[in-house]
Design a protein around this ligand. Structure first.
Ligand code: 5AD
Ligand code: SF4
Length: 428
């Protein structure tokens, strides 16, 4: 039997898709890239902003047209969680709905007609998912599910439920298995990774994120550890010091800012101030001068004034992020801010987004220029027609002639040119 799966959204969703492919593999499904050949079509959805959600229903329509007679369509993931049975009403061609927190039920749900499994209290944290052989030297590893924060713009607590950490012994076993299968770099996933250990669903010795990192770095074959996303609020000194000192922990980090204005941070219920954010960045840069920093910024949050936006620009100037993910505020169902009366007009938000992004582009050009002549240790991730691609520990993406080097090798690469922010190098 054939399975076609489409994955939208974040790395967490990609990992959920891998888990579903693994579980369905156990009951005889193999993946296909051709939806018209599939016996089962899964759409793993994202609901963090409105646009992908709107796209969902036109996609369902497309799949319904081309699918094999008798093939089933299932809607999974975050939109499935918060729309539940409404999806079946709106799109009768859908056979079942499986919420983001209910992934382990996939093999059961496909057998039931018009099933809806969106229980937000369901606990997959101790479930050992069937795994597939890793297809790459990089792998994803979920360390927690759900989120306890209540940022006023965010739908995720309503799609992924309460935060629960996955027991450390399970994680160590899984990471060891991955390393033995040839994985060199793992990306730890969670909504607030550095809050790891705050709650387990079973009896568990007290551990925190730093302990987890320490233990993971004992695994021989594993060479690199990355994680996403930490929350600025939980970035205490001990965490930053461990980040700096552990040689296996890559020196690039995603620190979601969301806004540079204290008034907006407060309205967003982020729990930190711009001063705290800048203090953490200063501390981090003092400990790891070459650190790569990425961030998320939302513009046009309800009540945001041009002055608030200037505060965000000011932080961009001070931090000079290496990667910026920026979004126009999108009112989401079930969130407090979606009903506020002080929504910002779309034109104003669009103009601000443009300004933010074009200033960031200039910063990136300057940063790329400053890379010329530097040498990085790069882990080769792929080689296409003799051209290798890989990242430095601090997250720079480099391409260069592979020579005799292969995928999974570490090579020293000197930056020799840059074009539109992308770096070209040669093996030093
Ligand atoms: N509107 C716009 N962007 C959002 N994000 C989360 N919720 C919203 C929303 N309602 C952004 C945040 C988050 C990233 C994953 O998506 O910046 O960090
Ligand atoms: Fe990931 Fe959030 Fe989108 Fe869910 S809503 S898929 S958690 S980005």
């Amino acid at each position: 039997m054939k399975l076609y799966i489409e994955t939208m959204g974040c790395a967490m969703n990609s990992r959920d898709s891998e888990h579903m492919v693994g579980e369905l593999g156990k009951v005889g499904y193999v993946q296909t890239n051709e939806p018209s050949e599939a016996d089962l079509i899964l759409i793993n959805t994202c609901s963090v902003r409105e646009k992908p959600e709107r796209k969902l229903f036109s996609e369902i329509g497309q799949f319904a047209k081309i699918k094999k007679p008798g093939a089933k369509i299932g809607v999974c993931g975050c939109t499935a969680s918060h729309m539940g049975a409404q999806i079946l009403k709106k799109a009768p061609s859908v056979d079942f709905v499986l919420g983001a927190r209910n992934v382990s039920k996939i093999s059961q749900i496909i057998k039931q007609d018009k099933a809806v499994a969106v229980d937000l209290d369901h606990d997959d944290s101790t479930y050992v998912f069937a795994s597939q052989a890793p297809s790459n030297i990089k792998a994803l590893l979920n360390i927690s599910i759900g989120c306890d924060k209540h940022c006023t713009y965010c739908v995720v607590p309503h799609t992924r439920g309460k935060e629960i950490s996955i027991p450390m012994d399970l994680l160590l076993k899984e990471a060891d298995k991955l390393a033995q299968a040839g994985v060199k770099e793992i990306l730890l996933l969670g909504q607030n990774v550095n809050n790891y250990g705050a709650r387990f669903s079973t009896d568990h010795p007290k551990v925190n994120f730093t302990t987890l990192l320490e233990n993971l770095s004992q695994i021989g074959g594993l060479k690199r550890i990355r994680f996403t996303s930490p929350h600025p609020l939980h970035m205490d000194n001990a965490f930053l010091e461990h980040f700096a000192a552990n040689p296996k922990v890559c020196k690039s980090i995603h620190i979601p800012l969301q806004s540079g204005s204290n008034a907006i941070l407060k309205a967003m219920k982020r729990g930190y101030s711009r001063e705290w954010y800048l203090d953490r960045i200063a501390r981090l840069k003092a400990l790891v001068p070459e650190v790569g920093i990425s961030t998320d910024i939302i513009v046009g949050f309800p009540g945001e004034t041009p002055r608030d936006f200037e505060d965000t620009l000011d932080i961009l100037e001070q931090v000079r992020f290496d990667t910026l993910y920026s979004f126009i505020y999108s009112p989401r169902p079930l969130t407090p801010s979606c009903t506020w009366k002080n929504q910002v007009p779309k034109e104003e938000s669009s103009a601000h987004l443009k300004r933010l992004q074009s200033r960031h582009k200039e910063i990136l050009e300057q940063k790329a220029r400053a890379e010329l002549g530097k040498t990085h240790e790069v882990l080769i991730e792929k080689i296409t027609e003799g051209v290798a691609e890989g990242r430095s520990s601090n997250g720079r993406l480099l391409s260069f002639e592979a020579g005799g080097a292969g995928v999974g090798d570490f090579v020293a690469v000197e930056v020799v040119a840059h074009r539109k922010g992308s770096l070209k190098g040669r093996i030093a």
